[in-house]
Structures are given as C-alpha cells and as structure tokens.
Write a protein that binds this ligand. Sequence first.
Ligand code: ADP
Ligand code: MG
Ligand code: ZN
Length: 609
Amino acid sequence: APMFSAVALLRPPPAETPSEASLRASPHYPEVVEKLRNVFRLKAFRKNQLAAIVSTLNGRDAIVLMPTGGGKSLCFQLPAVCRGGKTTGVTIVVSPLRALMADQVERLRSLEIDVMMLASMDSQDGNSMHELRSTANKPSLVYVTPEKLYCSDNMKAILKGLHARRQLARFVIDEAHLINSWGRDFRASGYAALSDIRKDYPGVPIVALTATATSEALQDIVTALSLNDYVLLSQSFNRPNLRYKVIPKKKDTELSIAQFIKEKYPGKTGIIYCIARIKTEEVAKKLKAHGLNARHFHAGLNDGDRKRIQQQWQNGECNIIVATVAFGMGVDKADVRFVIHFDVPESVDAYCQETGRAGRDGKVADCILYYSYYDVQRRILRINKDTEIDVVQKSRKRQAVHTVSAFCINEIDCRRMLLLNHFTEKFDPASCNGTCDNCASTDEVTEIDLTTYATQFVIMFQEAQDRCMKITGALSLHAFRGTSKQEMTRRTYDTLESFGKGSSLSTDLTKRLFDNLIAREVLSTELEEAPVPNRAPVSYVYLGPAADDFLAKMPSFVLKIRCPKNGPGAPRSKKGPQPPEEAPAFKPADDPVDPFPANDYEPFFDDIE
Ligand code: ADP
Ligand code: MG
Ligand code: ZN
C-alpha cells in the first residue's frame, strides 16, 4: 500500500451474537421483559442489551462494547434484579470513580432497587459491610471501587463468605478498558488487581463493559480477566453526527479557535483538550481575552475547584472548558457542540474517547484537531522520560502516538474510515458524505513517486549516524535540499554524500517525505533538553526501528497528496518509477519559511495531566 494508514488489527473470533429468536425463546425472557417495564419503566431494549442480559443470566461471561450513552448500565442492572438466573445473589459492580457510582446508585434507589455503595477506604463503610455480612435481605447490587475490592481484608472476607454460600450472582467490570495495562489511567485506576477475580471466585460469571476497545485492548481484557467462552456484543462505533477535521497548527491557534467558536457556535458548549496543565491556563486566558466564556481544568486543581468548574460547565454558567485529559471520565453533557484538540492526543483510542463526548444529543458537532509534529515529539519525550513504565509499555505508547500522527498527516483517506478501521470496523467512505475534511476536500489527489528521494534521504541519516553527526529535523531538510541559508550548516553538512540530492524537491514535499518516514518509523526523532536553560528542547533525527528493513528492501515510496485545483503549480499525475534528476511535478508556489514552525511553541515538558 503506497499510503501509510492507521493499522487495522483483527478482532478475535468468538463474535457469535445470539439471534433475536433465540433470545425471545430463552426461559429468562418473560422475567427480563417484566423487569424492564415494571422496575426500570422502559419500553424496549436497545441494541444488544437483551443479548447481554440473557447471556449473563445463562452464566456466560460477556464483553459489552457500546458507545458512551448506549445503555451499558442496564446490561448488568437488570439481571441484578432477576431471580431466575443460573447464578443468583448479589451483583458486584466494579467502577473506577465515586462520582460515576454515586449517579448510578441514586438512579437505582429512585427505582426502589436495593443497592449498596462501598467506595471509601476508611471505616465509613463499616455499617453497610456489617449489613452485607449479616442480613438475609441482601442488596441486588453492590458498587465497589477496585481498591475496596482488593485492599480491604474485611471486604474480601465478606465476598469469600458470599461466594461460599453461592450468593455472588456475577462480577461486573465497568469501564473495562482501564484494565489495559498501558492505558493512561491504569496506574490510578487500581484495575490491575482485578485479574485475580476469576481465580478467587471461580464459577462466578463476569461481565466487562466499555466504550473503547481496539482488538488489542479487547484481548487485554479477555486475558486479564481470564474470560472463557465469552459472548462478545459489539456494535458500530460510527458517530455520523460528528464532523472530523485536522488543521496544521500554526501560531496563535487560540485566535483561530476563538474565531471558529464565535462564528459557528456562539454561546454553545465545548471542550478544548491540551497536553499540559499550564497550557490549559494560558489558552483559557487567551480565549477569555477574545471574549469567550472559558475556564481551565486539570488534575492540579483542588477537588473543590474541579467540582465547581465541572458544575458550572454542566449547568451552562461556563461554555468552554479548556482541560487536560483529567476532564472527561464521568462527564455527561448532551449538547457539547465541539471538541477541539489543541495538541495531538496520546492515541487514536484517546482521540475517539475524547471526541466521543461531542454531540451526544445526536445533533451535529465538530471535532477539530490541531496537528504539529512538535507535539508528537513532546509526547514521545514524555514517554521516554516516564520512570514508572517499562520498555514494553514505552514502546506501545510510542507506537500509539505514531499511529495518531499517521492519522493526522493522512490527507487522503476518509477519517471516519480510518478511525473505524482502527477499531476493526469496516466503513465505506462513500457513506461519509463529506463529513470529514478529507472527504469534503475538492482538491485533486496526486500520486508522486519519491522512491529514489526516500532512499537517498534515509541514506543521509545513516551516514550522519555513522559519522556521529547529530542532525535536527530542520537542518536535515536544508542539508538534503542543499539550501541552507546558514553558513554553519553548509560547512558541517555539505560533506554528506546526500547533500543537495533533494535540491529539486520543494520544502513542502521534503517535509511530507520526512513526516511519512517518521510515521513508518524508518526515521525517529528524539527531543533533547536544550543546552541553554528555559529554551525549547532540540529535536534530533535518527534511524528508526524500521530503517534496516527499509534500506535492505528499498521499497517503492509513492506519496499521495492533495493540491488545490488549478492552483499555482497544479500537478500532473505521475506514476511509475522516476529518475532522480527529474523534479516531481508538484511544487508549491512558495516554500514555507520554516518547515518546523512549532518550535516556537513552548518550553514546558514536565508538566503532566
Ligand atoms: P453508558 O454506560 O453506555 O454510557 P448508560 O447506561 O449510562 O450509558 O445509559 C445512557 C442513557 O440511556 C441513560 O439515561 C439510560 O437511562 C438510557 N437508556 C438505557 N437503556 C435504555 C433503553 N432500553 N430505553 C431507553 N433509555 C435507555
Ligand atoms: Mg457507563
Ligand atoms: Zn470521510
């Protein structure tokens, strides 16, 4: 495939979904429908709810993949109040956040369902736990944090007791993606301990629910929870009302954002995600200066402030939240009209989860991502510097950043298709109907064969590396094109074999070539702290993990690009191999001054979510 696109992995096989007829024929069906109507006061099931409920009542393990707002809770709340299941008794629900639990508990109590919440590590829960141990009338559901489940000896003793008396109906793992050991929230979530459930409570069915799962993440859930013979219930993750767009990040992104909001969504609700705490404060301040009602939010604020800001946003006192990823879990506002990524997200998964908070009311909402390669490097630097994760986790996290980067620099393929493919779902780009920037573009697509240039470019880095020369991204472009204005550069790098070999390539094409080689991991970059304090780190380029293979095979390298119709330098399509002497047809009218402009952005790095 000439164009790098997001890697699609295959979903594991046991995807057999029970048929509608077999579900209706189930002996549990009458009771299930009765509870739906009389206890939950709902009319009909949504997709996969009945299948999930019947499966767990039959004693099977189940994984439920449903978009946020799809109705996952009912999948375990309803069987919890049924008496006819294969396993009966208390349904234990593991949930990561007190706030999420409290909401559900409140709702269930309003439906007169007997539910208990055990979420504190101190002795506050003592009475409830005593009750759980003694009364004959056990609650239908017990909500518990993972810490409570595995760090409280008292709790463990009670559960063992229930298990011995066959009074554990099932374990429910909500937000099960947190079990994925390299996920962002893993360290904090306490979900690691859940891998002992199967061993500690054999014979008790498990239900895992999540709104995000690549096949990789899914595999992690299956393995970590030792699920066997599970039913997988998934559905399309396409969000037709969301519009996707990636914009190259330039200076004064705040202004561009402010203009967008004022023009399209004045007074409407939105979220702007930034990578760093300090950035959220800066951006919120600038947006306020532009007359917008914005507040910042990050994990560095105290609990009270966080609660207050979230409340203000929830009830419309404040329209725009500028936040780190600390903002989101448990956020449920239907009329979010835009989710803007000020910086590159950490993975495609994170991107989907974050953009997924837009447009829950089904009305059109915009997802805009400001892309800069510099931000990619900042992410990589942060991963490299993280002392709390091992090399395997680092490599997976770096890969995730590269995948997101490849998604961003892809200006050809339907974004909806790329995102859905990432979650192993097929999508016909024709159905996008111009609701992503790539499908909406009327610019012509041109293929340019850069095979010879690509090879020579990579050889240049190999030579530099062999000679222990450190070369930055910007200088490498100059050296390859032989165009440095800086005398220094010329003297240092003009001894390279490939110096000036790319002189007939425009800066723009060379930069695209560079970006694609990075995305394919043929090249890699490393940010190093600046030699002078308080200056932006310097990025050096090295051969990447895929370089050896690339140099051995010298595969054909065809770049697909878009260029304006009839614009200056409108391209002629070229296919097949091209001699290096011949300049490619496409040349933008003007070379951008600096191909790595984002270096101006910010010198902050140690700042975290
Ligand atoms: P999720 O956990 O998947 O994000 P929830 O379980 O919180 O979603 O449900 C989202 C909303 O959908 C809730 O307000 C819930 O009451 C509603 N809902 C769930 N199932 C149904 C149904 N079968 N019919 C009508 N409303 C439903
Ligand atoms: Mg939920
Ligand atoms: Zn599209």
